[in-house]
Design a protein around this ligand. Structure first.
Ligand code: GRF
Length: 192
């Protein structure tokens, strides 16, 4: 595959709705974009997000998660075969193994719906509200072998109001996610 000059060949990996994928596609279409999305991968055949890739005529594929070993083997092949240089996880709900992270030999970024290092893992909004946090937010970080623990690239916070519940906090944080993921990519690529 031809590599467009100056742009990083990027794969986005999703599991679900794909609103972050949509924001990354939008960014990738801007003149100043530093990435070219060459492949969208979903482990979930019902992922609505795959439609965004289809609409934008971006190569997309479902890789069924039979087990971690088989899934990651297939992933590696696809990433190498498409000359991918950067991986962005966007609502990807599986945990990549340390071996995969090492063998893939390219940066992997992830977006997480909390102000890391607080609230790693699942149910972040529920836990933030339950603990009476004043703020929540979103974080883009580099993926390493410890869950949600890699170097933070960018983070932005949002106030939690007394009237907020899990659902509307989720949508407030998602809005921030859509804003900071492209910014974090720009920041990351400036240093790498
Ligand atoms: C986002 O909140 C992301 O941070 C989390 O899962 C959600 C995915 O949303 N890991 P979407 O599929 O990008 O709409």
């Amino acid at each position: 595959m031809e590599k467009s000059i100056g742009k990083k060949n990027t794969a986005i990996i999703i599991s679900g709705k794909g609103s972050n994928l949509r924001s990354l596609i939008k960014y990738s279409k801007t003149k100043k974009s530093l990435i070219k999305i060459v492949l969208v991968i979903s482990n979930n055949s019902n992922a609505k997000g795959i439609q965004y890739a289809k609409k934008s005529k971006i190569s997309n594929i479902i890789v069924k998660y039979i087990n971690k070993k088989k899934f990651e083997k297939r992933l590696l092949k696809l990433l190498k075969g498409n000359k991918v240089e950067l991986i962005c996880l966007a609502g990807f709900m599986k945990i990549l193994s340390a071996d995969f992270i090492k063998n893939v030999n390219m940066p992997i970024l992830n977006i997480h719906p909390s102000l890391l290092p607080k609230y790693k893992g699942l149910n972040t909004h529920y836990r933030a509200i339950k603990n009476n946090e004043k703020y929540s937010g979103a974080t883009v970080h580099i993926v390493n072998k410890k869950l949600d623990s890699g170097k933070i690239i960018l983070q932005e916070r949002v106030k939690i109001l007394k009237s907020d519940n899990e659902e509307n906090l989720k949508s407030k944080v998602l809005k921030i996610e859509h804003k900071i993921y492209p910014k974090a990519i720009i920041k990351f690529l400036a240093d790498h």
